[in-house]
Design a protein around this ligand. Structure first.
Ligand SMILES: [Zn+2]
Ligand SMILES: [Zn+2]
Length: 120
């Protein structure tokens, strides 16, 4: 039987480039990171949990956001296969990331998560 925490335990494909994602544990939070494009998938509430973990921005290995990946549309949720919505982060480091309105997860292109965490 699948328990409430089963999402963290199986590998998903990257919603942007379809490469297999690696589960990376940081401060007790299991995130999925794409070894190809550097994108990071966070399940519901994982972003909030990462904000409490020191140096969580180090999970984000990319420094610059790839415009090609950033501008992709009709990106599918790797968990529930809904089409992801987008959310804008305002401010000096304005950026756009994907959110799933169905399962509550979010996807950050390489280089985005560290900026979101720094923006608080
Ligand atoms: Zn990828
Ligand atoms: Zn979803």
């Amino acid at each position: 039987m699948l328990g409430a925490g089963h999402f963290a335990e199986y590998l998903v494909g990257c919603p942007k480039c379809s490469a297999a994602m690696d589960v990376v544990e940081h401060g007790g939070v299991n995130i999925d990171r794409c070894g190809n494009c550097g994108g990071i998938w966070l399940d519901y509430l994982e972003l909030e949990r990462l904000r409490e973990v020191p140096n969580a921005d180090q999970l984000d290995l990319a420094t610059d956001v790839d415009a090609g990946f950033d501008e992709m549309v009709y990106v599918e949720c790797p968990r529930c296969f809904s089409i992801l919505d987008t959310e804008e982060l305002e401010g000096p480091e304005s950026l756009r990331f994907e959110v799933c309105r169905t399962c509550g997860g979010s996807f950050f292109d390489g280089g985005e998560l560290s900026k979101v965490l720094k923006a608080g």
